[in-house]
Design a protein around this ligand. Structure first.
Ligand code: HEC
Ligand code: HEC
Length: 379
């Protein structure tokens, strides 16, 4: 036996950075306030896996896929041997460990990509913002959560495997993933360290982290790419996804007395009723001529809640009884539920004053999107 380098520097860095990314992403998945951290580690994980796939072809001897290409059957057979107290010792990945590595890479890839599309759909944010609807984003979220749980189980399986192997072969496997060194038979080839590649990895990861946390999150709100780490009342980011339909004439006519309420906030039948009774519009007369009424109504009906795929449209519409014709968004069940916990004193703030002053608290109210990330109470 001789002591040689098995795990090259980039492989070890990949391993520990991936472990950290997964752990932090898992721990920050519960709260919206931590989304900027969560998504950072999600992107990092994707980058790391991309690197590992390349390194599996171009890396050191034991990092190459060709050095641990075992079939799942061989992996299972090896597991059985281990469980019955036997099982040969491998210096590189053993057949069961290699299956864990492949599964973790595949799951990590799926978790990362579904996360990307969850954010793109549910929050209309991130690298694929606007490419998927809210509804589709929700389906991606289901897949994201399921694969993340599978990945967590796989991590536990991997940890159990490492513990059993370490005990069975009386060697400290976690330590060898730190030092890279292991005892190996005389004829086993040693790996090259690839220190330069490792250093480059650290530079890229640090630069990405520095850019994300110290630059990108401090951009003007419209230009931000990630989520700000902030308190409850700090606006995270403004909406940057696909824009909702717009109409200059509607904006002008309906925006002269109050903020323009996007058509996606009420169903078509409500808009029809509102325009039919336009001489009694909350105590005023809209006094629109027939031509203008027609144009506005067409725009409102064509983009009403039932035609729109934003979260607000879907949920507001879902909370209205089929036989109801609400003229106020603020009287719909969903709106009431969402604003129930807002303190009386907050409604009276100088910059709010009225419930219908949506834009005071929703940075994207004019656009009609009402994304979670663009909410704040202007205390
Ligand atoms: C002449 C002024 C005026 C114009 C023009 C006007 N509104 Fe209004 N609107 C009001 C007033 C006043 C209220 C009641 C506001 C309040 O209660 O805070 C109101 C309330 C509303 C509400 C209910 C808000 C809520 O959820 O409580 C909707 C929806 C609405 N208007 C839509 C429109 C649309 C669509 C147009 C264009 C076709 C329009 N308004 C044009 C004066 C106007
Ligand atoms: C005083 C500030 C304030 C005003 C004014 C206000 N909102 Fe909100 N709104 C909030 C807060 C805070 C939440 C988040 C509530 C929660 O889920 O914790 C919210 C949530 C929402 C949501 C749900 C968003 C989501 O994705 O969960 C919608 C939709 C919404 N508001 C629409 C409106 C509309 C439309 C108006 C104007 C008619 C309005 N809001 C006026 C503060 C305000």
């Amino acid at each position: 036996m001789k002591r040689i380098l098995i795990w090259d520097v980039p492989t070890r860095l990949f391993h520990w950075l991936l472990a950290i990314s997964f752990a932090v992403a898992w721990l920050t998945s519960a709260k919206d306030q931590w989304l900027s951290v969560h998504t950072f580690f999600g992107y990092l994980m994707l980058g790391l896996i991309g690197f590992r796939l390349t390194w599996g072809v171009a890396g050191g001897h034991y990092a190459r896929f060709t050095s641990f290409l075992y079939s799942p059957m061989t992996g299972l057979a090896y597991l059985r041997q281990i469980l019955s107290g036997g099982g040969a010792r491998y210096v590189g990945h053993n057949p069961a460990g290699s299956q864990a590595a492949y599964l973790l890479l595949a799951l990590g890839l799926v978790v990362g990509v579904t996360g990307l599309f969850t954010q793109g759909g549910e929050e209309q944010h991130g690298a694929v913002a606007g490419m998927v609807s809210f509804t589709l984003g929700r389906m991606f979220k289901e897949a994201h959560e399921i694969t993340a749980i599978l990945m967590l189980l796989m991590v536990f399986g991997h940890l159990a495997g490492v513990a059993i192997e370490s005990w069975l072969h009386k060697e400290n496997l976690p330590l060898s993933m730190v030092t890279g060194m292991k005892d190996a038979p005389e004829d086993a080839p040693a790996s090259k360290p690839y220190r330069l590649t490792g250093a480059l990895m650290l530079v890229v990861v640090s630069a990405f982290g520095g850019w994300w946390f110290f630059y990108a999150l401090h951009q003007p709100i419209e230009a931000r790419l990630g989520y700000q780490v902030g308190g409850k009342d700090v606006p995270h980011v403004a909406f940057v996804g696909a824009k909702l339909p717009d109409n200059a004439q509607w904006r002008e006519e309906c925006g002269s007395c109050h903020m323009v309420f996007h058509p996606s906030l009420l169903p078509a039948r409500s808009w029809q009723k509102m325009m039919a009774e336009q001489d009694k519009h909350f105590g005023t007369d809209l006094a629109l001529d027939a031509a203008a009424s027609k144009v506005l109504l067409a725009f409102m009906v064509n983009n009403a809640a039932e035609k729109s795929a934003t979260e607000a449209a879907l949920k507001i519409n879902g909370s209205i009884k089929p036989d109801a014709f609400p003229l106020r968004i603020t009287e719909t069940q969903y709106w009431a539920d969402k604003h129930r916990d807002i303190a009386e004193s907050d409604w009276r703030l100088a910059r709010v004053k009225s419930k219908t002053n949506c834009a005071a608290c929703h940075l994207d109210a004019e656009a009609g999107t009402f994304e979670d990330a663009a909410m704040h109470i202007p205390r």
